[in-house]
Write a protein that binds this ligand. Structure first.
Ligand code: 13P
Length: 249
């Protein structure tokens, strides 16, 4: 089946109130490319203002707690994201796995919490540089997929993002052949576990995607979109990536 391309901006810890206007500009420009699903995941503080400024647009969190509420100082629960206007959440980003010690089991619990709150989930996986260099990238990532993807869900509401850690924010990208091989392996593992539902799940690539390389990366086998960091912060850089996705439909 044809999966719609999905281009998602992960703003990480960037953006004050004045960035809401930039998000609005991105969504307005994205309306010219209706074949592509576009989402922005700003810091928690901007989700509410962005949802007001761009009603009906896909806005998401970058993390959520696995519990729906409770004594977890500083954390944000998935129902809170939904309540303030988010429709999706990223879980398992390598900056959370590495920087905050999140295990595959933690990531799975967060994904389940997001789904239970009615959100779509983007679940991130990806290998460190030394694993890529030793030839173990596919095994490493498939183990992450096996241990962090929940057991039951609506396949249209759970996407995987393959983000090789060494490609994030570095300007380095894998070869298109390596991206296609990894995405094909992920699809195969999902098909072995979930059968035909795997055909409905989108697998995004992330790591140094920009307007110059987006068409090639988005055109690779089993690549259904992009999770974009630095190049998603301005309309000038992000809209060409959305346009690249549209050109492939
Ligand atoms: P960059 O696009 O800045 O490399 O970041 C990728 C990323 O981590 C998106 O989640």
């Amino acid at each position: 089946m044809a999966r719609r391309k999905y281009v998602v901006g992960n703003w990480k810890m960037n953006g004050l109130s004045d960035a809401v206007a930039e998000a609005r500009a991105i969504f307005v420009a994205a309306d010219d490319h209706p074949a592509v699903d576009v989402a922005i995941c700003p810091p928690f503080t901007l989700i509410g203002p962005m949802a007001v400024a761009a009603p009906g647009k896909a806005i998401g969190g970058q993390d959520c707690h696995s519990a729906a509420s409770g004594a977890f100082t500083g954390s944000v629960a998935a129902p809170m994201l939904a309540d303030i206007g988010a429709s999706l959440v990223i879980v398992g980003h390598s900056e959370r796995r590495e920087g905050f010690g999140e295990s595959d089991a933690d990531v799975r619990a967060k994904a389940e919490a997001g789904l239970a709150a009615g959100l779509s989930v983007i679940l991130c996986v990806g290998e460190p540089r030394e694993v890529r260099e030793s030839g173990g990238a596919i095994d490493y990532v498939l183990a992450q997929v096996a241990d962090s993807v929940p057991g039951e869900f609506d396949p249209a509401r759970l996407a995987i993002a393959y983000e090789p850690i060494w490609a994030i924010g570095t300007g380095l990208v894998p070869t298109v052949a390596d991206v296609a091989a990894m995405h094909g392996a992920i699809r195969g593992a999902l098909a072995a576990r979930f059968g035909g539902a795997a055909e409905e799940m989108r697998i995004l690539y992330g790591g140094s995607v920009n307007g110059d390389n987006a068409a090639e990366l988005l055109g690779a086998g089993d690549v259904d979109g992009a999770l974009v960091g630095g190049a998603s912060l301005t309309a000038a850089k992000f809209v060409p990536i959305i346009g690249a996705g549209a050109s492939l439909h």
